[in-house]
Design a protein around this ligand. Structure first.
Ligand SMILES: [Mg+2]
Length: 224
């Protein structure tokens, strides 16, 4: 229920009034892409498997953010970034699978007045920025992901939002350190991260709307 709805008063504000209120002060969701909207692991696994001539099943689900600890025979961050850069230039971001239910859930949020601000660190390596940015937009349109802003940035807390949804342990720690509200999108490599956790997009949309509709005082003191 909207915070502006009054029960028992002379005038009860209806849905139209709620929409006007939302449009004046939109609730901004800072939305990560990889590991939240798009199956980065699956796409990167396909690239690495093809590159090495091995079956994708030989590359286990990563259980650590550090690729050198994930059993893929990647020995360093530099080696990972080199592989990632080649994957990006081969169209990685254009061909990722969307996570189940992401489009419908984000349309539900958008229709409810949530302002969706995509915040992604996909320009992590030099070169290939055209492929990364172009393929990102193509992917968002192909899979009908609603968004109003698209930000390519490493330091995500610098980008304003009322609530962030991310899977990266580093980003989630940065949000927490900055006193910003964030939800953890569950992945095997972030199970140690504290905070409210969502396991799928139905739960994510429910949780985001619950935060949006919570009183300001509750949101500010939330343990999210
Ligand atoms: Mg991510």
């Amino acid at each position: 229920m909207s915070r502006d709805r009054e029960d028992g008063g002379v005038k009860r504000r209806g849905p139209a009034a709620d929409r006007r209120t939302v449009s004046c002060t939109p609730f901004v969701l800072g939305l990560d892409l990889d590991g939240v909207c798009a199956d980065y692991t699956g796409g990167f696994r396909r690239f690495v498997a093809q590159d090495r001539g091995v079956a994708p099943e030989t590359l286990p689900d990563p259980v650590d953010w550090d690729w050198a600890l994930c059993g893929w025979d990647i020995d360093s961050r530099d080696e990972y970034l080199a592989l990632h850069a080649r994957a990006v230039n081969a169209g990685l971001f254009r061909h990722l699978e969307p996570l189940p239910g992401v489009s419908a859930a984000l349309w539900r949020l958008s229709d409810a007045g949530v302002h969706i601000r995509v915040i992604t660190h996909r320009l992590v390596v030099n070169g290939g920025h055209g492929a990364a940015a172009g393929d990102t937009v193509a992917w968002l349109e192909r899979y009908r992901i609603p968004f109003r802003d698209l930000c390519f940035v490493a330091d995500k807390p610098q980008v304003g939002a009322d609530l962030y949804l991310d899977d990266s342990p580093g980003n989630l720690a940065a949000f927490r350190e900055a006193g910003l509200a964030a939800l953890v999108f569950d992945q095997p490599y972030n199970r140690h991260v504290p905070g409210q956790r969502v396991h799928d997009w139905t739960a994510a949309a429910d949780a985001i709307l619950a935060v949006r509709d919570a009183p300001e005082t509750a949101r500010a003191s939330s343990t999210i």
